[in-house]
Each structure stands twice: as C-alpha cells, then as structure tokens.
Design a protein around this ligand. Structure first.
Ligand code: ADP
Ligand code: MG
Length: 227
C-alpha cells in the first residue's frame, strides 16, 4: 500500500451507456478513481452494477467510453489501437472469472508465453514461470495442462500469468467467483500475497464483502458512481 508517487491508474469522469432500441442504460455516470503504486483496491458492487464494464474500460478492451483514463501517467483516450495494445501488454495484467488459459499448453507454458511476447529470453521466462507457479503451490503441476488441474489450480495459473511481466497494475474481474467459498478464500490470499511480493497494484472486482475487506481499500459502485 502506498500513497506516494504518481498514481498507476487515474480515472476521471468515466461514462458508459448502452442503447438497445429505445432504451438507454447509463451504467457508468462519471466514475473517478485513483490507484497508487502497489495499492490493492476492491471494486465492490452487486451483479449488474457495472464492475465488468469499468474493468473493460480500464483494460482498454473496448471503446465507447467518455472521460479520461490515465495509466502510468499516459492518457489512453489519445492512443490508437496499437498504442492501446502496447499499453495493455506493457502495463497491465488480467485475471478473469474463468481462467482463459490456453488448453493445449502446460501451466508453465501458459506463464512463459506472455513473457516471450515481451522479448524476455526463454530461459529467464521459464525460470520466472516456475518460480511464480511454485510460489503458488503448483511446483508439482508445472507440466499439467489446464484440463488436468482443479478450478483453484487453474486460477492460480491465471494469477501467475497475469503477474508474469511484473505489470504496474493487475485487473481482476471476480477472480475467485467460480470457486467454492473455501477455495476462493485460499486462492485470494495467495493472489494478494503474490501481488504484494511483486509490488504490483491491483483493482479487483468482487460482490463478496468478506473478500473485499481483505484489500487495502474498498470502493463501492452504486448507481453508476463510486462511493
Ligand atoms: P457487473 O460486472 O457489476 O455484474 P456489468 O458491467 O456486467 O455488471 O453490467 C452492468 C450493466 O450493463 C448491466 O445492466 C448490463 O446488462 C449492462 N451491459 C453490460 N454490457 C452490455 C452490452 N454489451 N450491451 C448492453 N448492455 C450491457
Ligand atoms: Mg461482472
């Protein structure tokens, strides 16, 4: 946790609405939010409150937003498609509710690949992948493919992949939402520990108050704004 230094993420006046036929739903109505270096922030709100919409905006995955999103001090709105892709690759890591691992690749390979895309030498990428996975208790699962892993193990691999390139900011959308309560708790603890060890910041969406309470700060999404 840190308030020092420029924010990793600074969002101002973020708006997003969806129109279908005659009906327009304003999902985000001017969201302001700032995350400091190494800070872990919970994004709490009931289903349908706009958590995923907000994370998609910050993850630069979709257009159609109003307002400002600065990541590492750089305004994302001014970037073209390639600029957004590079910013995602260089600054962000993602964990989704469903792991989205590559099914034909081993746990280690799933964590190596994003590093190769960043031009890390293969031997270094391999060593880092094995270290991250071992730290998450998967030392005996390195060569398993996703379908040979339990749900909790799959999410641990997804956590290691998200941290592979030491992102300034990890975005996680209900990362343990697909797991039973006991497993969700254990995986979240390990996720938070590793994020802290690696020095990344994180913005983690959840509808679970107890999980949110374990983070450095809790932001509540209500009627399209953060309170
Ligand atoms: P949460 O992740 O908090 O459950 P979402 O961000 O998924 O909420 O959705 C917020 C609201 O936006 C919901 O009412 C949903 O129906 C609407 N919404 C999300 N994505 C779309 C879309 N692509 N088209 C139309 N409406 C959408
Ligand atoms: Mg969602």
């Amino acid at each position: 946790m840190s308030d020092a230094g420029a924010p990793v993420l600074d969002v101002r006046g973020l708006t997003r609405s969806f129109t279908q036929g005659d009906v327009t739903i304003e999902v985000l109505r001017g969201v302001d939010l700032s995350v400091g270096p190494g800070e872990i922030v919970a994004l709490l709100g009931p289903s349908g409150s706009g958590k995923s919409t907000l994370l998609q905006a910050v993850g630069l995955l979709e257009g159609g937003f109003g307002g400002s999103i600065r990541i590492g001090g750089v305004e994302a709105a001014g970037l073209d498609q390639q600029g957004r892709t590079e910013m995602r690759r260089d600054k962000l890591g993602f964990v989704y509710q469903f792991h989205h691992l590559l099914p034909d690749f081993s746990a280690t390979e799933n964590v190596v690949l994003p590093q190769l895309i960043r031009d890390r030498p293969p031997a270094e990428a391999q060593a880092r992948a094995e270290r991250l996975l071992t730290s998450l208790g998967l030392g005996a699962r390195l060569t398993h493919r996703p379908n040979q892993l339990s749900g909790g193990e799959q999410q641990r691999v997804a956590v290691a992949r998200a941290l592979a390139n030491k992102p300034a900011l990890v975005l996680a959308d209900e990362p343990t939402g697909n797991l039973d309560e006991g497993t969700a708790n254990v995986v979240l603890q390990e996720f938070l520990r590793l994020v802290r060890e690696e020095g990344s910041a994180a913005l983690i969406a959840t509808h679970n108050e107890r999980l949110a309470a374990q983070m450095d700060r809790v932001l509540r999404l209500h009627e399209g704004k953060l309170g």
